[in-house]
Design a protein around this ligand. Structure first.
Ligand code: BGC
Length: 434
C-alpha cells in the first residue's frame, strides 16, 4: 500500500498567516457576506470500497489502465464527520461532495434507505459545522448494473438517471444547499480535444473488453471510456431530465451543471482555438441556459492551438505534477467565458493543482484568487471558490501518486495532515479576503 507523508505540520498555520500579510496587495479586500469558500471531493475518490460501481470493476481487472486500486481510498465513507469538521476548522464555509449512485440504487429500481440515511447524516454534519453543502449526483462512477446494460450509450439511461435524481432529492433535498447533476458533463469532449495516444486507446479498449468478459455483457460501457458521439446526446438528455426530477422533488433547490472549463488560447494566424472552444462545450451551453440555475466552473490550466492542432506550453513554462502547464490565470478567463456564453450565476466548483511542492499550491491559489477578484470587480456574479481537493485522494487512472489536496492522507492510518496551503486558503476564507 502506498503511504503519503504529510508535507507540513499544524505549525503551517502561522507561516500561512504571515505570508498572507506579507503578500497583501492593494486590490485585496473583504467580500460581502455570503461568498462560499471551500473545498471539493467526490464519492469514488475519497469514500473507499465503492465495490458496486463500474469504476471499481475496471480498477480490479486485468488488464486495466488504472495504476492503483481505489481500495479504502481516504475512508471518508466512515470519516466524513472528521473531514467536515476539519473543513470548518480550517476556516471554510462550504463543502462540496458526491453521493454515490452505486450505493443508493444497488440494483435497478431498488433504492437503499440505509444509504440515503448515510448521506442524510453527512448533510446533517454539514449543517452542524456551518457548512453550505454542494452535492454532486454523478461524479463519473455509476452502478455496475448500469454499466452492464450499456451505461450512457443506452437511450433510456437518461430516464434511469432521472429516477435516481428524483428519488434521492425526495429524501435528501430538504437538507441540501445546492446540487449539480453531473460533474464535468463535458469531460469526454475535453479528452477528445487533447487526444489520446494509440497505446492508451488500445489499453482502454483491452480493459473494456476484459470488463465485457468479466460481466458477460457485450454492452458494458463506462462514461469516460464511452463513445462521445453516442453518449453525449444521452448525457444532455439525462441532465435535462435529472434537473426536472430534482426540481419536481424540491422546486427551490438550486440545481446547476458543472463543466470542465479550460482556457483555450490561439497561437498564430488561422488558429483552431475558436473551433476547439465550441467542441469543448458541445450542447452544454445551450442546455445550461434553460436547465441550470448556476454554472459550476472547473478550471486547471489552459490549452493552446495553432492552425494545425494543439501546441505545447511555451518553452520554460512551469509544469504541474499532473503534466500540464501551471497557469492559474486560466480561472479568470473561464469565468469570463461562462458569464458571456451562458449568463448564469457562476460558482467555481473546482480549481486546483497537483504538486508535491506546497509553496507552488499557495502561489497557484493566490493568483487564481486575484483573477476571481478581478472578475467580481467587472460585475460578474461569482459566488464561490472551491479548491480541489480537501484531501489527497484517488486520482482516477493515475492512482494515488498525484497530490491535489490541501490535506495529506496516510493511506494506512487515514491520518489527515493539513499542509501550509490549507491554512493559507482557510485564513483567506476566514477573513473573507479576496
Ligand atoms: C475532476 C476530479 C479530478 C480533478 C483533478 C477534475 O476534472 O472533477 O475528479 O480529480 O479534476 O484531475
Amino acid at each position: 500500500m502506498i503511504t503519503r507523508r504529510s508535507m507540513a505540520g499544524a505549525a503551517g498555520a502561522g507561516v500561512a498567516v504571515a505570508s498572507l500579510q506579507a503578500r497583501a496587495e492593494p486590490g485585496r479586500r473583504p467580500l460581502p457576506k455570503g461568498f462560499l469558500w471551500g473545498t471539493a471531493i467526490s464519492a469514488h475518490q475519497s469514500e473507499g470500497n465503492n465495490t458496486n460501481s463500474d469504476t471499481w470493476l475496471l480498477e480490479n481487472l486485468e488488464p486495466t489502465v488504472y495504476k492503483d486500486r481505489s481500495g479504502d481510498a481516504c475512508d471518508s465513507y466512515h470519516r466524513y464527520e472528521a473531514d467536515i469538521a476539519l473543513n470548518a476548522a480550517l476556516g471554510f464555509n462550504c463543502y462540496r461532495f458526491g453521493i454515490e449512485w452505486a450505493r443508493i440504487e444497488p440494483s435497478p429500481g431498488r433504492f437503499s434507505a440505509a444509504e440515503l440515511d448515510h448521506y442524510a447524516r453527512i448533510l446533517e454534519a454539514c449543517h452542524a459545522h456551518g457548512q453550505t453543502s454542494i452535492v454532486t449526483y454523478n461524479h463519473f462512477s455509476a452502478p455496475r448494473w448500469f454499466a452492464e446494460r450499456g451505461g450512457w450509450e443506452q437511450a433510456d439511461a437518461a430516464d434511469l438517471f432521472a429516477r435516481y435524481c428524483g428519488r434521492t432529492t425526495e429524501r435528501l433535498g430538504p437538507l441540501i444547499g445546492l446540487a449539480t447533476t453531473f460533474n464535468e458533463a463535458n469531460v469526454q469532449l475535453l479528452v477528445g480535444l487533447m487526444g489520446k495516444s494509440p497505446a492508451r486507446l488500445e489499453a482502454e479498449r483491452a480493459m473494456i473488453a476484459a470488463a465485457r468478459r468479466a460481466t458477460g455483457s457485450d454492452r458494458f460501457s463506462s462514461l469516460v471510456y464511452s463513445d462521445p458521439a453516442v453518449s453525449q446526446p444521452i448525457l444532455l438528455d439525462a441532465h435535462r431530465k435529472g434537473y426536472q426530477a430534482m426540481k419536481a422533488a424540491r422546486p427551490d433547490l438550486p440545481v446547476g451543471i458543472s463543466l470542465t472549463t479550460q482556457e483555450i488560447d490561439p497561437v498564430g494566424e488561422g488558429s483552431l482555438a475558436e473551433a476547439m472552444q465550441a467542441k469543448l462545450y458541445g450542447g452544454w451551453v445551450e442546455l445550461a441556459k434553460t436547465h441550470a440555475d448556476f454554472v459550476g466552473v472547473q478550471t486547471y490550466t489552459r490549452l493552446r492551438f495553432d492552425r494545425n492542432g494543439p501546441v505545447p506550453w511555451p518553452q520554460g513554462a512551469e509544469v504541474t505534477a499532473a503534466g500540464y502547464e501551471f497557469y492559474p490565470q486560466a480561472l479568470a478567463a473561464t469565468i469570463r467565458w461562462a458569464h458571456q456564453a451562458i449568463g448564469k450565476p457562476i460558482y467555481v466548483t473546482e480549481n486546483g493543482i497537483a504538486t508535491d511542492d506546497d509553496s507552488r499550491r499557495i502561489a497557484f491559489v493566490e493568483q487564481a484568487l486575484d483573477g476571481v477578484r478581478r472578475c467580481i470587480d467587472e460585475g460578474i456574479p461569482v459566488h464561490s471558490y472551491l479548491y480541489w481537493s480537501l484531501l489527497d485522494n484517488f486520482e482516477w487512472s493515475s492512482g494515488y501518486g498525484k497530490h491535489f489536496g490541501l490535506v495529506a492522507v496516510d493511506l494506512e492510518t487515514f491520518k489527515r495532515t493539513p499542509k501550509p496551503s490549507a491554512h493559507y486558503l482557510g485564513q483567506r476564507a476566514r477573513l473573507n479576503l479576496l
